[in-house]
Design a protein around this ligand. Structure first.
Ligand SMILES: Cc1cc2nc3c(=O)[nH]c(=O)nc-3n(C[C@H](O)[C@H](O)[C@H](O)COP(=O)(O)O)c2cc1C
Length: 218
């Protein structure tokens, strides 16, 4: 397959270093609001890149569940391949691509587990059968002989937690926050002359004044 003749001209927006907000969180939330308003399918889906002790990068989609004052939160299995990566190396990068808006946001920083109580509160809000699914997928990323094995475990747990019995929060499951150190906003433009504005943290505090911006060559 050859895609060398396939190209789009990106003409939906522009980014100006002089008029972006002082805090990247403000811009990220504004872009997220627009992605939701434009009905981007799963605007919360982000590619998460990690790199463990073997120095080989891995990337997969996870769902953004919260934008906090300091970073972004997603939930997963702590014993998964990504969990093992971040235990060895807390540096990670997350990427959003919103095709409908011709925008990309790239967030890098350090990952840490969130409070167990907060993870439990979210786990308990999830649909009953998704909670059971989390127990079946342990350890996530481990090998399973076939689908029947998964389905049998699922049915056993459904029977165990029938009649309104609540599913306990697994100790191996919970949230991670990526504390933002750098965010790049990319707006596609015509003729490959895209706008790229990157915010870098200037100090330890996450106040609006602690960020500097740069324009990068596209
Ligand atoms: C749209 C979409 C959303 C997903 N959301 C999550 C998520 O929020 N958490 C998660 O652990 N896996 C999620 N996954 C599955 C991951 O991409 C991945 O298969 C899984 O986490 C195992 O990754 P790992 O082996 O690198 O740890 C999602 C996949 C897709 C396609």
């Amino acid at each position: 397959m050859d895609f060398t003749d396939q190209r789009l001209s990106y003409e939906k927006g522009a980014l100006d270093q002089q008029s972006v907000p002082a805090s990247p969180f403000e811009l990220f939330k504004a872009w997220m609001d627009e992605a939701i308003a434009q009905k981007v399918q799963e605007p919360y889906a982000m590619s998460l890149a990690t790199c463990g002790a073997d120095n080989k990068p891995s990337v997969r989609i996870v769902l953004l569940r919260e934008i906090t004052d300091t970073g972004i939160v997603f939930y997963t299995n702590y014993d998964s391949a990504k969990g093992q990566d971040v235990a060895a190396n807390p540096n990670a990068e997350a990427l959003f691509f919103w095709h409908e808006l011709e925008r990309q946001v790239r967030i890098s920083g350090r990952i840490a587990k969130i409070d167990a109580e907060k993870s439990a509160a979210y786990f308990q809000k999830r649909p009953h059968d998704s909670q059971i699914g989390a127990w079946v997928s342990q350890p996530q990323s481990g090998e399973v002989a076939n689908r029947e094995v998964m389905e049998q475990t699922f049915e056993q747990l459904q029977a165990e937690y029938a009649d309104g019995i609540s599913v306990p929060t697994p100790a191996f499951w919970g949230g991670y926050e990526i504390t933002v150190e750098k965010i790049e906003f990319w707006q596609g433009r015509a003729n490959r002359m895209h706008d790229r504005i990157v915010y870098m943290q200037d100090g330890d505090s996450q106040s609006a004044e602690s960020w500097t911006t740069k324009r990068l060559l596209p």
